[in-house]
Design a binder for this molecule. Structure first.
Ligand code: DP6
Length: 385
């Protein structure tokens, strides 16, 4: 063991926005053009794990992601630099190089907010290494890595206040995950071979070419944020679901309004939207709320009581040609019969079985923010161990 060595490991959650961040006012600092709001998902089902080591034996700052050495992007360098500058553990430590190993327990390729969990975890683990505790401060630092990451510093429902500079653009918690315990989340991982436009590039394109984006940021989001906060505080699922779906639709409308247009949704995503709309119309109230990020995967917010029927419906329409559809995460044993009239309506609307259109489901709920853990990533790169 060298004379100076410190190792910290943390886990951080994924968050899924119900009011989307899309468009930057400042590319370098990642200041957004509008506030956004998200739910933080349970860390047990999906998380990033990051170990950070500092040592007088390290030659360079180095990073490994899922075991692969990565070059340090300017944003990661900025994040590391900013944390060193704010260090409260003594000057000699800030001279030491850091080794970082990070790992996601869900496929990064699935486009499931992996950068949000990853950068939140990095900011949290680096922060703890250098003596920084305040989650609001850490949210500003995570934001420099990836904008949406700032919201993963808190559990429950979280608002990213857009602000006008580094100090004012930060995440704040609206309620913790125990406020509305009935909320559940089902993520439908859609099969898709097409490479999507990366979100940073897509945002730039929308900022440069879409008038609808300007209108959204100035005239729609401010009211929508207030309405959404009220719906969450009142636990009003009807309004929550309505706003969530409207906001997802508007985000994808902006993608189409960009030049050249960006298509994140595919045929399966559209089928999922149709199924959700028919379910809500059938019950004459909102049972499910879909939302889609920069990719075809669906995230469905719903109340616990409706999960069994939704899972049955997904199993019915999204069959696999080989084996059974896997549901990762929280299991529901109580199989339920699908309402016959609902099934008729879906069939009459032309919803057909789509073999192999989806790969698997993740069943989860809201959870807390990042945590320190005792089990360090046993990666050779964090030597000396
Ligand atoms: C569609 O946070 O990945 O998921 O700041 O460029 O790293 P950068 O973008 P990122 O954008 C996520 C956008 C979104 C909506 C959201 O999470 O609010």
């Amino acid at each position: 063991m060298p004379s100076h060595y410190k190792l910290v490991t943390a886990k951080a959650p994924v968050n899924i926005a119900v009011i989307k961040y899309w468009g930057k006012a400042n590319e370098l600092l990642k200041l957004p053009i509008n506030d956004s709001l998200s739910g933080t998902l349970g860390i047990d089902e999906m998380c990033a794990t990051t170990s950070v080591a500092i040592s007088d034996q390290f030659q360079d700052d180095e990073l490994w992601l899922n075991g692969q050495k990565q070059s340090l992007t300017s944003h990661v360098q900025m994040l590391i630099g900013a944390i060193r500058n704010r260090s409260s553990i003594g000057d000699e430590y800030t001279k030491y190089k850091v080794h970082i190993a990070s790992y996601n327990n869900f496929p990064t390729a699935a486009g499931l907010a992996s950068s949000a969990a990853g950068y939140a975890c990095l900011a949290f683990a680096l922060g703890r290494t250098f003596g920084l505790q305040d989650p609001v401060e850490l949210s500003k630092l995570a934001r420099m890595g990836s904008g949406s990451a700032c919201r993963s510093l808190f559990g429950g429902f979280v608002q990213w206040v857009r602000g006008t500079d580094h100090e004012t653009s930060k995440a704040i918690q609206i309620v913790d995950h125990e406020h509305w315990p009935e909320i559940r989340v089902v993520i439908i991982v859609v099969n898709d071979r097409q490479k999507d436009v990366p979100s940073g590039e897509g945002m730039r394109r929308s900022v440069e070419t879409s008038n609808l984006l300007k209108y959204r940021a100035e005239s729609v989001v401010p009211n929508r944020i207030s309405e959404m906060k009220k719906a969450i505080l009142d636990k009003n699922f009807e309004t929550f679901a309505q706003l969530t779906m409207q906001d997802s639709n508007q985000f994808h409308a902006i993608c189409l309004d960009s030049e050249p247009p960006i298509f994140y949704l595919n045929e399966t995503s559209r089928q999922i939207i149709k199924i959700c709309s028919i379910i809500n119309a059938h019950y004459d109230k909102k049972m499910v709320a879909y939302t889609f990020d920069a990719g075809p995967n669906a995230c469905i917010y719903l109340l616990e009581s409706y999960v069994p029927e939704l899972l049955e419906l997904i199993r019915k329409f999204f069959i696999l040609t080989q084996g059974e559809l896997e549901i990762k995460g929280i299991q529901y044993d109580n199989k339920t019969d699908i309402d016959e009239q609902l099934l008729c309506k879906l069939k009459n609307a032309g919803i057909l079985q789509m073999p192999d259109a989806i790969s698997y489901l993740i069943s989860t709920k809201l959870g807390g923010g990042p945590v320190l853990v005792d089990t360090h990533l046993s990666d050779a790169t964090l030597k000396p161990l």
